[in-house]
Design a protein around this ligand. Structure first.
Ligand code: ADP
Length: 395
């Protein structure tokens, strides 16, 4: 069965078509600038030349229509007709407390996703528009929602509660939810498989270090803590997001510069993180690693923050069996892995295998056989994880 995996943002749509039985990627692509001038679709498929075209897309439904046309195109497509798409798996960012696992999308599920929109105002409405566009163009095809927050619903109360008046949790559900759950789930399971031990006997820390970044602690098969919070702004320093900071800074900047809370949150989301610390130089780690002082300053902040979260989660789990690096930076930056492990993690008995640390693009142990704690690089595959969860629900 072919599963179409959809990841809809406010002006973009990423998709993959995956064969659920062989788990092979049949086609993938992206629609950008939906509803904005200069919309573009990019499409690549096994055995075909990758192409990209500027086409007007006024809304997500038009974008989905173009994706379906591309998939079924006589010349460059990959399926005969739409009946060959067995199900659609949608990435949904926020499931609140309503969803602890993936589920088939019904009218009630859509209402519950909409009800979580005030927790993720930029993401959930866009995710729902993608669902409805697919429902309109693929009538009768089952749709599945896979939530970024679901994996973290096992957090115990002491990890998810903020130390603020309890009524805020009761009234508004203000609490830690966590994100990147599909990736933390996938990578922690792979780590257990690579260790050859049952998932529910292990203590695993997953560092998902991409443009957005988060760490999670998985103890005996359950996620027990994670660095992102009610929104994806908490935790690590990221590409452009600040992560943790003293909340009084908001009031201080508001007074100094006459800015609203909304304007400051925008700065914390879009102009902070390694971009901000590097003085606006770059949010891309490849640029930051080029040797300039601004880059080194930002990388220093990023590495220390990440190492402190790892330390916190060793404490939260009272030990650790394996630490995993994944996502753009975690998978590709030997420099950052080296900096984190060699500067800060010696107390865990970690010794890096320098040669293994410099390999690219594979699942690999990057510690020496003597190392007391194993460190892995495990490329994440959120789309495959979504396709698997979708297939499990519809087969
Ligand atoms: P997201 O999905 O959150 O947008 P990714 O997981 O794709 O992000 O990570 C993107 C980031 O990965 C880029 O911003 C870049 O900093 C980093 N990255 C990619 N390749 C390399 C590399 N070879 N060395 C260092 N960093 C890299």
């Amino acid at each position: 069965m072919n599963i179409l995996v959809m990841n809809c943002g406010s002006s973009s749509l990423k998709f993959q078509l995956i064969d659920a039985q062989t788990e092979e990627l049949t086609a993938k692509g992206l629609c950008e600038r939906i509803g904005i001038d200069g919309s573009r679709i990019t499409f690549s498929a096994a055995g075909h030349k990758k192409w990209s075209r500027q086409v007007p897309m006024d809304n997500h439904r038009e974008a989905v229509r173009l994706v379906l046309d591309a998939l079924t195109d006589r010349g460059t497509g990959v399926v005969r007709d739409l009946s060959m798409i067995g199900a659609v798996g949608h990435r949904i960012v926020h499931g609140g407390e309503a969803f602890s696992k993936a589920c088939l999308i019904t009218k009630e599920v859509k209402e519950a996703i909409a009800a979580c929109s005030d927790l993720a105002p930029l993401h959930n409405p866009a995710n729902l528009i993608g669902v409805e566009a697919c429902e309109a163009l693929l009538p009768g095809v089952p749709m599945v929602a896979v939530f970024d927050t679901a994996f973290h619903q096992t957090l115990p109360e002491e990890a998810y509660l903020y130390a603020i008046p309890y009524r805020y949790y009761e009234q508004y559900k203000i609490r830690k939810y966590g994100f990147h759950g599909t990736s933390h789930d996938y990578v922690s399971h792979r780590a257990a498989q690579l260790l050859g031990k049952p998932y529910d006997t292990l203590k695993i820390i997953v560092c998902h270090l991409g443009n957005g970044a988060s760490v999670s602690a998985v103890k005996y098969g359950k996620c027990v803590d994670t660095s992102m919070g009610m929104t994806p702004l908490e935790g690590l320093a990221m590409g452009t997001r600040s992560g943790d900071l003293d909340p009084s800074i908001l009031e201080f900047i508001a007074n100094k510069e006459g800015k609203s809370i909304g304007e400051i949150i925008n700065i914390l989301n879009k102009e902070s993180g390694v971009l901000g610390v590097s003085g606006g130089f770059s949010s891309d780690f490849r640029d930051l690693e080029s040797g300039l002082a601004e880059g080194a300053r930002a990388l220093g902040v990023f590495a220390l923050r990440t190492a402190k979260y790892i330390g916190a989660y060793v404490a939260a789990m009272n030990g650790v069996d394996a630490i995993c690096f994944t996502a753009g930076v975690g998978e590709n930056s030997a420099f950052m892995r080296d900096k984190i492990c060699n500067t800060y993690l010696g107390y865990l008995g970690i010794t890096l295998d320098e040669e293994a640390n410099h390999k690219r693009g594979e699942e690999i142990v990057i510690t020496t056989p003597e190392s007391r704690t194993k460190v892995f690089v495990i490329p994440t595959n959120e789309e495959l994880a979504i396709a698997r969860q979708t297939y499990a629900l519809v087969k």
